[in-house]
Design a protein around this ligand. Structure first.
Ligand code: SAM
Length: 254
């Protein structure tokens, strides 16, 4: 398995857009007074704080495999711990688990989910959101460029393993939980000269950045930029539409 490095500041540069699915996900979690709330893959911790604000009496656990993200979360006063989610299991008082934009980086999550949900107590909630944009131009163009002779075989993009909404519905229903699954395409309106390149620099391009020396990475970005501009043209007012589909799945145990 490859380990992707993270740049918390770069990731946070589209904070408002990226936070929206988190709010939409958590809105479907009906827990009233959970004992323990787990933010599985907490990133820089800015959203973990919102979980603590919604459930002030709960113990909030924040986990992430990235040392950089854990450090950023701790700077915000979140007692985040560095842990790969594959090594995590719910405790007997884990009443809420939120995993926002994380499990697509974990190819084994489809095997882990039923195990995690089976280990939750009664009346617990497991809520996940994963991007479903791997066939969108933002990602297809990275793969297309990586297939050129100059770049071929140099980068393992990792991740990108998600089910269709129906797949998550069936997987979670198999645990006996009540299930709520949906997909949404957000129509993000971005500004700036290369907004889609900037957006993916904080996420999808991280494995490319990790695999290539700095000069090569700059060259790769320079080759990618005009392709992205053609796929996501500037509007007359300078803004750019960036459609982004995401899948949401919530399980409520009985
Ligand atoms: C796109 S960020 C999402 C962060 C946060 N949940 C949010 O919504 O802003 C993805 C996060 O997943 C973390 N991550 C990826 N694979 C992981 C793993 N196997 N175990 C724990 N965290 C992981 C990354 O370190 C990164 O912080």
């Amino acid at each position: 398995m490859i380990t992707t490095s993270w740049d918390p500041a770069l990731y946070l540069s589209f904070d408002d857009h990226r936070a929206r699915p988190f709010h939409d996900l958590v809105a479907r979690v009906g827990a009233r007074s959970p004992r323990q709330v787990v933010d599985l893959g907490c990133g820089p911790g800015h959203l973990t704080g919102l979980l603590a604000a919604r459930w002030p009496a709960a113990t909030v656990i924040a986990l992430d495999s990235s040392a950089e993200m854990v450090a950023a979360a701790r700077k915000r006063g979140i007692e985040a711990q560095q842990l790969d989610v594959v090594n995590w299991s719910p405790g007997p008082d884990t009443d809420v688990v939120i995993s926002n934009a994380v499990l697509h980086w974990v190819p084994t999550h489809v095997r882990l989910l039923p195990r995690w949900i089976a280990a939750l107590p009664a009346d617990a909630w497991f809520a996940l959101q994963v991007p479903d944009n791997f066939d969108a131009p933002s990602h297809a163009l990275i793969r297309e460029l990586l297939d050129q002779p100059r770049w071929r075989g140099r980068v393992d993009l990792g991740g990108g393993t998600v089910l269709e909404p129906g797949g998550y519905a069936e997987l979670l229903a198999g645990t006996g939980a009540e299930v709520d699954v949906w997909a949404t395409t957000y129509q993000h309106r971005l500004t700036g000269p290369e907004p889609v390149l900037e957006w993916i620099s904080g996420t999808a391009l991280r494995p490319v950045r990790d695999a290539l020396p700095a000069d090569d990475y700059a060259e790769f970005r320079a080759e990618l930029a005009p392709r992205l501009r053609a796929a996501y043209p500037h509007r007359p007012d300078g803004s750019t539409w960036f459609p982004f589909r995401r899948i949401f799945a919530v399980a409520h145990t009985s």
